[in-house]
Design a protein around this ligand. Structure first.
Ligand code: PD2
Ligand code: ZN
Length: 281
């Protein structure tokens, strides 16, 4: 016999022989006597050898629910109950959506007014320790509102929860940042690095971050775009607009590396809402 292949019939024959109590070595002898080439016989019998290591089966990728608007009907606007928000731009990978008219001018001004007296040089959550530290990569000033701290904050948080279909309680308190000329936020990921020893402590308060919404409260005169270097995307810091992005796992493969480009002139103010997997306590 030449050009032998493992046929369905051969497999059926092996199954029947094994079922009848014959051993693999005895089948090897029978196959060789019947003219099967040694390598074909070996490969065929190996398929039925119970001691053969089983190739690992890739675990199915869990389809986790993520925050995000319902874009199934390609809407130009989304009604959040108290406001009609524009869908200006979408990117699939990374998942990025730019919303227009997310905040009114009055809301932007009220947030700036409430934050101004409480600004301090921004700290970032430090995954090495689980605490907070000054970070040279972030030269803005910032503060946090408590969730629901005043009526404007509460209204905006409800709007965001409706828009992104994510429980209000899963959100961190609203962060306000002010960038003066020269200030920037170098490219980073917003999720907590799982390999850092402080991360388990941080995750106790609501699990991982799964999405970010950066909202522009005041436009600088020049500079200050939010950048996504992996995909060459730059979102202009237009007052009332928000850039949303989500990440289904804490991994650079989400392509959610992003930064705040240096402000060249004027002042840029933003509000950031981070969304967690679970209730943020
Ligand atoms: O202000 C921004 O554009 C910006 C850029 C990157 C804000 C954040 N990250 C953030 O608040 O995480
Ligand atoms: Zn960020």
């Amino acid at each position: 016999m030449t050009g032998q292949a493992i046929s369905p019939e051969l497999r059926e024959w092996i199954v029947a022989q094994l079922a009848a109590g014959h051993s693999i070595p005895s089948l090897r002898v029978s196959m060789r006597e019947a003219g099967w080439q040694a390598d074909v016989a070996e490969s065929a019998l190996a398929e039925f050898d119970p001691s053969r290591p089983v190739a690992p089966v890739a675990a199915p990728v869990a389809q986790v629910a993520l925050p995000g608007p319902d874009l199934s009907s390609a809407p130009l606007y989304i009604d959040t109950g108290d406001r009609r928000v524009q869908v200006l731009q979408t990117v699939t990978h990374p998942r990025v959506i730019v919303f227009g008219d997310l905040l009114s001018d009055e809301e932007c001004e009220a947030l700036i007014l409430g934050a101004r007296q409480r600004l301090a040089r921004s700290l970032t959550v430090e995954a090495k320790t689980g605490g907070e530290a000054l970070n040279v990569d972030r030269t803005s000033d910032g503060m946090f509102f408590e969730r629901g701290e005043n009526p404007v904050v509460a209204r905006l948080e409800q709007r965001i929860a409706t828009l992104l279909r994510w429980p209000l309680e899963f959100g961190e308190g609203l962060q306000i940042l002010r960038y003066s000329p020269g200030a920037q936020y170098r490219p980073h990921y917003d999720y907590f690095d799982p390999s850092e020893p402080g991360t388990p402590t941080i995750l106790r308060r609501g699990g991982q971050r799964v999405a970010t919404l950066v909202m522009y409260l005041q436009e600088p005169d020049q500079g200050g775009a939010t950048t996504f270097p992996d995909v060459g995307l730059e979102v202009a810091p237009k007052r009332g607009t928000g850039v949303f992005f989500s990440y289904d796992r804490p991994d650079p493969g989400t392509r959610t590396l992003h930064g705040g480009a240096p402000v060249l002139s004027g002042e840029k103010w933003v509000a950031t809402k981070w969304l967690r997997e679970r209730e943020f306590t």
